[in-house]
Design a protein around this ligand. Structure first.
Ligand SMILES: [Zn+2]
Length: 250
């Protein structure tokens, strides 16, 4: 593929080429329906909650090879980056965050009372009777118990929550279609793959609204800002765009 030149001619060709390549790596319906949905796309239940935020999970593709930036920390280095944005309801968000924070939360809940008790000179006097190691051991024990309790509780809750919410983005049908096209998750573990945001990412590749949906919802189209020129815009438009890769590199 040609390198971008300062005169702009080849740069446009290159951008158009990259855009066409990106487009070919998406499933036919693209990823826009995930963030355009008014109902939650992470609910597994028949009844979907009202979307109130976005859960973003980052994916990478080895193409284009010339855009890869090798990293010692990754097995696969991505060329293209794709933030998959799921419209998400409050309940799904709460379930995912609860599982993520349970061990830390229970560690804190168990450690804090131990520390508060030790702040009392009388209690401290008694606890440190065997030696100065005793108060420290007590705090460490409290933290350990809290952490373990958090882990156990998370393991108990996880299957229940997993029946209601796509806790692992890789299990989502749209993501499975992406994986078939060669996309891979950038998060090391599925737990913690989501980052939540109130406002969706609206610039960069893979963030353009789907025209198909807009055609059915004319009011929606009027509400939208200027259409972003990304992979899902026609190639000629994309070629005229300044630099669709810039936001991803920031
Ligand atoms: Zn939901």
């Amino acid at each position: 593929m040609k390198q971008a030149q300062k005169d702009g001619t080849d740069a446009s060709d290159t951008v158009a080429g990259y855009t066409a390549l990106f487009e070919s790596l998406l499933p036919p319906e693209g990823v826009a329906p995930l963030f355009e949905s008014k109902t939650c796309t992470l609910c597994r239940t028949e009844q979907k909650g009202e979307a109130s935020a976005f859960a973003v999970a980052d994916y990478g593709h080895e193409e284009p090879k010339e855009l890869q930036s090798p990293s010692l920390l990754r097995r696969k280095t991505p060329g293209f980056l794709l933030p998959v944005q799921f419209a998400c309801c409050q309940k799904c968000r709460l379930r995912i965050l609860t599982l993520g924070y349970l061990p830390a939360l229970l560690t804190l809940l168990c450690t804090a009372p131990a520390v508060v008790c030790l702040a009392d000179p009388h209690i401290m006097q008694r606890v440190k009777a065997p030696g100065m190691w005793a108060p420290l051991l007590l705090v460490l024990l409290a933290a350990g118990v809290g952490y373990l309790a958090g882990k156990v509780l998370r393991n108990v809750l996880r299957p229940r929550f997993a029946a209601l919410t796509y806790l692992n983005p890789n299990e989502h049908p749209t993501v499975q279609a992406l994986v078939e096209k060669g996309w891979f998750p950038l998060a090391e573990k599925p737990d913690g793959a989501y980052v939540f945001t109130k406002k969706r990412i609206a610039c960069g590749l893979g963030t353009a609204p789907s025209k198909a949906l807009r055609a059915f919802e004319p009011d929606e189209a009027a509400d939208e800002a200027e259409p972003e020129k990304t992979a899902e815009t026609p190639k000629a438009d994309a070629a005229a765009d300044d630099d669709p890769f810039a936001p991803l590199e920031a």
